[in-house]
Unconditional design. Structure first.
Length: 292
């Protein structure tokens, strides 16, 4: 740059200034290395003590199987409430669930709403495959209330997502009962025809033989239909029907994890220690000028 007097002034070397600043910061950290160390140690101790002082609460968990719905033939998977990944969380925190479970368990709606959590149990299958297992947790101040609330929420989820499977089971049982009734009637018909066959004339024997042949064909068809219905019923009850696998007793825990509290406080202490090491000289210099 050229000055009014015709002299050239050198431009400041910004890269050099940055290198000097970086070196100064590094020297400050090396010189006062003990400040970050003290910050970490003090933070860990303080965080651990805070964690120990956390209020004891009770937590209960229930594992819910939401089922996999299949079509009438049993070989085509359907999409429904149980295959939607948001269903469990929405039902667990829904207004009706909160009101009903709060009234049944004795927990206040506010405490219950704050203490509910849900998570899916990963199966290791591709992400396109819907989750089937979910863990429902409830935290609260009273053991019995927490236990009952957890069981109530799990049952509410089962009731909401299990409507299709329950209806399917009902219809299959009706179909099996109808097949059994018809098979019983055929058995009586066959027994009567066989009893009359020994004393029948030639024409009567022909008629009775035709009747027996028709009855046997009908019985075979009904037995095959009943077998298929029994297989579909087993699939509906074991695979499609949602249920609570387990609902454990509420156990005492702390509202704040000592490990997490110590880790977070230690990190905060480290940051504060680094800032103290970097700002030590500027603050000391300013304080000295003020006193002077």
């Amino acid at each position: 740059m050229t000055t009014p007097a015709g002299r050239t002034r050198a431009e400041p070397d910004l890269d050099a200034e940055r290198e000097v600043d970086f070196g100064r910061y590094l020297d400050a950290l090396v010189t006062r290395w003990w400040l970050p160390v003290v910050g970490i140690a003090a933070g860990v101790v303080l965080g651990y003590l805070i964690g120990l002082g956390g209020k004891d609460v009770y937590r209960a968990q229930a594992t819910v199987y939401v089922g996999t719905p299949y079509g009438a033939g049993g070989n085509v998977q359907l999409q429904g409430l149980s295959t939607n990944p948001d269903t469990v969380a929405r039902v667990a925190r829904g207004g009706k669930t909160i009101d009903d479970v709060s009234a049944a368990s004795g927990m206040s709606a506010r405490e219950l709403r704050a203490g509910i959590s849900t998570r899916a149990v990963k199966s290791g299958l591709p992400k396109t495959v819907p989750n089937q297992l979910y863990v429902v947790s409830v935290e609260g101040s009273r053991r019995a209330q927490v236990r009952d609330a957890t069981a109530g929420i799990a049952q509410r989820i089962v009731d909401v997502v299990g409507g299709y499977a329950k209806a399917k089971i009902k219809f299959l049982k009706q179909e099996i009962a109808s097949d059994n009734t018809q098979l019983t009637a055929i058995e009586r018909q066959v027994a009567a025809a066989q009893s009359a066959l020994s004393g029948a004339s030639g024409l009567e024997r022909l008629t009775l033989s035709t009747l027996l042949l028709t009855a046997e064909q009908r019985r075979g068809t009904l037995q095959q239909d009943r077998l298929q219905a029994l297989q579909l019923l087993a699939q509906a009850e074991q695979v499609e029907l949602p249920r609570t696998i387990d609902s454990g007793e509420a156990v005492k825990t702390t509202a704040r994890s000592t490990r997490n509290a110590a880790a977070v406080a230690g990190l905060i202490g480290l940051v504060l220690g680094i800032l103290a090491a970097l700002l030590w000289e500027p603050v000391a210099a300013r304080t000295g000028r003020t006193e002077a």
